[in-house]
Structures are given as C-alpha cells and as structure tokens.
Write a protein that binds this ligand. Structure first.
Ligand SMILES: Nc1ncnc2c1ncn2[C@@H]1O[C@H](COP(=O)(O)OP(=O)(O)OP(=O)(O)O)[C@@H](O)[C@H]1O
Length: 353
C-alpha cells in the first residue's frame, strides 16, 4: 500500500482578494494568487525513505502542510496511510510523527513535558517508558528535566525529533531535520532515520542538506516552482541528468594521437581535454556516455591503461533539475504523470509572480 498518494494536487494562495467575477474567466485564477503547488501527483510507498527537495519557495512546506491537513488543497486528492488527508486527519496525525520546519519550544516546559504532551496528543496511554526511551534515543536524557527555554538550537531540534518519534509512528515527516544540528547530531539524526526505516517506518524527508538526503533516501522528488520536475532514485537521476560526470582516461602511448574530435562528437560528450604529460584525457560527459567514450577509444586502436570517473554530485543534479545552473529540465525525465510537463509558459508564470 502507498503511504502517501497525491493525485493532481494544486494549492493556490489567494493574494489578490478580488471578487470572483473580476477573475480571468478562462483560467479562473486571480493573477495575484500564488500557485504554491501545481498539479502534483506522487506516490510514496510504505517503508520508503523519500527525500523531498527543491529551492526556497518551491512548495515543499505547503505540500507537507497539506499531508497533515494544516492547509487544504485547491484541487486534487491526498491520501496518507490509506486515509483521506482531510476527512481522516485525526487518524493520520495519530499515526504520523512530524518534525516541522522552524519548530520552537514552550520556554517554561521541560523537555520531558514536551514529549509527554506529544504522546498525549497521539492518544498514547501510560507512555512514561516510551517518553524516557525517545529522550534517551535523541541524547536528551540528562537535560530532560530542564526547561526547554534554556536549550540550545541543536537541543531544541533533538527535542522536536523526540516528539516526532514517540509512539513509533508509521510515517515520519521531517522538514529540515538537521537544521541547527552539529555534525555529530546530524549523523545521529541520519542513524535514527535509518533505524526507523529498518523497522518499516515510511520517512518523508525534506532538506536542503543534500549529503543528508543522499545518505538516507531511497528516492527523491525535486520540486521547482510548485511542480514536481523529477522523481527517481539518485542513481537514475544521475543517469538521466545533464549534470556532467568526469571521465579521466590514461592511455598507453602518445595521447596526442587520439582523435579527440571523434570523442567530442559522441552524444552526451561536452568537452575533451588531453594532458600529454600524463598520457591522459579528461572527458566531461553525461552519466550514460562513459561507455561510448571507452568504446570509441578502443575502436581507434588506443590502449586504455585505466580510467576513473567522478559522478555528478547531488548538488550538481539538484542544480541541473531546478534550472539554477542555467539549464531547464522541466521535461523532468522521470517525472510522474502530472509532474513533468510544464502547464504554463514562463511568461504566464511571470505574470502570476
Ligand atoms: N500562507 C501563505 N499565503 C500566501 N502564500 C504562501 C503561503 N504559504 C506559502 N506561500 C507561498 O507559496 C510558495 C511555496 O512556499 P513553501 O513554503 O511551500 O516553499 P518551500 O519549498 O517550503 O520553501 P523553503 O525551502 O524556503 O521553506 C511561496 O511562494 C510562498 O510565498
């Protein structure tokens, strides 16, 4: 069963406040409205660790808020853990642990009282041992009876994680979970995500810290201007991306004898440089062009001594899919139905913005 199912979900925030009779009769949208989420369809399977990425303002928090019925979609349907996100929001929240972005503490309550409060809101009875266990798990046992107003930023974030974890939720929604954590805290948070996944919990994980995402996620979805422009495993996104991999090839004999123009002419190859001193050439190419490069060298009778590849980093991928490197990948490659094709021109979007 799917843990999260979004079907053609759109969320428009009405900014203009104009009466509907003044609204454009064709699109029925006030040009001052903000389309935070635009016709997004997405399925996250049970037990998956799913990374939700996108630049500032892409629509990630709005999507998360719709899963929890804090915000209602303008169009489309949302199911969480097999329940309707709106009609069964109480049931969804009882089985979901949430670490919200920008969580703040109640200064006068202790850490323990915060987690007890979270346990109470999830309807857990006699939760004392479970509260103790999650405080221990996030490394707050020693500080549990101190007022949270005196907690450091990292301790507040650990407390938020403890509140999300109490009651062994079926779904964990983590919005920027490593914010404020030092490297050791970020590693502990990753370990907790991995442990939760091993116990079968679905984790929906939004973050700007791409190494965190790469370390823990099975698949990622990339949002851009409200639309889901790619959904896949990081490995597949790498294969399909325009972001370059680098192939460094050492050859036997004179590298200047290589027909570099023929290599450059191969599909997916963007540049070739030769280094005579090292008898090597460096090829910048898309992930799936590397085999063709080696085959071309062999067909020229060049003996390949060895080769190394450097894959595009997740940051390169992110930039290539969100267009922040100057390219436009709104074709999405692997975007699911409703997520890939642009539904309006850039001009229209400028008018809206
Ligand atoms: N309550 C609201 N009223 C009006 N516009 C809103 C509201 N909430 C979000 N928006 C707008 O919707 C768009 C998407 O915002 P959202 O917070 O979902 O982005 P995000 O991807 O979570 O960004 P960030 O990474 O900065 O947190 C933005 O243009 C934002 O200004």
């Amino acid at each position: 069963m799917a843990a999260i199912e979004l079907d053609s979900v759109t969320k428009r925030f009405e900014e203009g406040g104009r009466l509907s009779r003044f609204v454009d009769s064709v699109r029925d949208v006030d040009p001052d409205d903000v389309t935070a989420v635009d016709d997004v369809s997405l399925t996250v399977e049970e037990g998956e660790v799913f990374g939700f990425l996108g630049p500032n303002g892409a629509g990630k928090s709005t999507t998360i808020n719709m899963l929890l019925d804090f915000v209602r979609p303008t169009d489309g349907t949302i199911e969480v853990l097999g329940l309707d996100a709106h009609d069964d929001s109480v049931g969804v929240r009882a089985r979901t642990g949430v670490l919200p972005e920008g969580f703040d503490v109640y200064d006068r309550l202790t850490g323990r009282e915060h987690v007890e409060f979270a346990a109470d809101s999830k309807g857990l009875e006699e939760a004392g041992d479970r509260v103790e266990a999650v405080l221990d798990r996030v490394g707050l046992s020693d500080a549990a009876d101190r007022k949270a107003g005196g907690y450091s930023k990292g301790m507040r974030q650990r407390l938020a994680l403890a509140m999300a974890l109490v009651g062994d939720p079926d779904l964990l929604i983590l919005d920027e979970p490593s914010s404020g954590l030092d490297p050791a805290g970020a590693k502990e948070m990753r370990d907790i995500v991995t442990e939760e996944a091993a116990r079968g919990t679905t984790v929906f994980f939004s973050s700007h810290v791409l190494e965190q995402v790469e370390a823990v996620c099975d698949r990622v979805g990339i949002m851009r201007e409200g639309r889901l422009v790619a959904v896949d495993s990081i490995e597949s996104l790498r294969e399909k991306s325009d972001a370059d991999s680098t192939l460094h090839v050492r050859v036997a004999g004179d590298v200047d004898a290589v027909n570099a123009d023929a290599v450059t002419a191969l599909g997916g190859v963007h540049s070739v440089t030769t280094e005579a001193a090292e008898d090597a050439l460096t090829v910048s190419c898309s992930g799936d062009a590397k085999t063709a490069v080696i085959a071309e060298l062999e067909s020229q009778g060049v003996e390949v001594v060895n080769f190394e590849t450097r894959e595009a980093s997740l940051e390169d991928l992110f930039l290539s899919y969100t267009g922040h490197d100057g390219t436009d990948r709104t074709d999405g490659g692997s975007a699911p139905s409703g997520g890939g094709e642009p539904s309006e021109s850039d001009d229209e979007r400028e008018v809206r913005a």
